[in-house]
Write a protein that binds this ligand. Structure first.
Ligand code: A2P
Length: 332
């Protein structure tokens, strides 16, 4: 039989992961279960010095169908009480789980998230806008009951055999939540995988779970936690420092142990969570340091745009610029 031509788009990617089958939607919005808030703490490094209010909210779901059923990287749903402006019950909101698979308690009974209060102005009358669910969740006191659902998401989890891979995680803001979970699963799981977490915040005071991540970095030789603080760059530098800039401007340079070196390995998987603008920056960064061939394990680029990075724009993603299965994206 003639062998069909394999196009670049279809050709196999070395190091492509196999994902596990994970349980989803065990508890649906039509029949939520009741969880109880057991902890609510500001989780930014600066606490009240940060302009943002971001809370680590932990919810006990023991005795419900959610107990022991969520995995690092998944989300859960919250049904806020009350009705919207049209008199309809408020819709479900999803929050990334920041707890490892063992839960906050070690038995899969307590899940947590990092929730940022949405506070804004209405564009027409400049009156205060407060996000319904984020403020409901951040207002909740220890002991309060919350209607929860889930788990959600099959794609942003660890592969079936975690030790076959190394990991680079890119987060901005509350996009850190799933990475706290995934990193703890990997480190406590005793896998020898290298894990690098790059976290972007406007100011140092806005870093989330920072102290715990610094501790993990000290405790585990195979874990590196790197920050990119966008608004604290010295005046003589003409641009902000974003997470993707760490690909080329790692504190370890480009040598052994650096992010660039790790990204050059076929074992490495990239996970991205946070602002959508990051993905293009990361593809460009990979291309800049690894070249088209070296970056092809992560991103396949059509010939007509391959040599013109300046022309790349977000509309090209999944068309002329296609991430491979070694890239996991959860961007908004
Ligand atoms: P900046 O806002 O200074 O431009 P938060 O969610 O806490 O606001 O943090 C988001 C972080 O991501 C900020 O440091 C923000 O920088 C940064 N950021 C903004 N746009 C991008 C982008 N296109 N790529 C990567 N990081 C970005």
């Amino acid at each position: 039989m003639p062998v069909e031509n394999v196009t670049e788009k279809e050709s196999a990617v070395p190091g492509e992961p196999v994902l596990p089958d994970v349980a989803v939607n065990l508890v649906r919005p039509t029949a939520p279960v009741i969880g109880r808030v057991v902890e609510s703490e500001l989780c930014t490094l600066g606490k009240r010095k940060s302009a943002a209010f971001i809370r680590h909210v932990a919810i006990d779901v023991s005795g419900t169908a959610l107990a022991g059923q969520f995995r690092a990287g998944q989300s859960f749903g919250v049904l806020p009480p009350g009705e919207d402006a049209k008199g309809k019950p408020h819709k479900l909101r999803l929050y990334s789980i920041s707890s490892p698979t063992r839960g906050e308690d070690g038995n899969g009974n307590v899940l947590a998230t990092s929730c940022k209060r949405v506070l804004d102005e209405h564009w027409d009358d400049h009156k205060l806008f407060t996000g319904v669910c984020s403020n409901y969740l951040c207002d909740a006191q220890v002991g309060d009951e919350i209607n929860v659902t889930g788990p959600s998401g099959k794609r942003f989890v660890l592969p079936e055999e975690p030790s076959k891979h190394d990991y680079v995680f890119f987060a901005t803001g509350t996009g850190i939540a799933p990475f706290r979970a995934l990193a703890i699963d990997l480190l406590e799981g005793g896998f020898n995988s290298r894990v690098t977490l790059v976290m972007g915040s406007p100011y140092t005071t806005d870093l989330i779970y920072h102290e715990q991540l610094v501790e993990l970095d000290k405790q585990y030789d195979n874990f590196r936690y790197v920050t990119a603080i966008s608004r604290e760059v010295p005046d003589d530098q003409d641009r902000k420092l974003y997470v993707q800039d760490r690909i080329q401007h790692d504190t370890l340079g480009t040598g052994p142990g650096s992010l660039t070196e790790q990204l050059a390995s076929d074992r490495t998987l990239i996970y991205v969570c946070g602002l959508a603008g990051m993905e293009m920056g990361i593809f460009k960064g990979l291309y800049a340091v690894l070249g088209r061939e070296g970056a092809s394990g992560y991103v396949r680029v059509d010939d007509e745009v391959a040599d013109d990075l300046k022309s790349w724009n977000k509309k090209m993603i999944n068309r002329q610029i296609r991430p491979t299965k070694r890239v996991f994206l959860e961007v908004y």
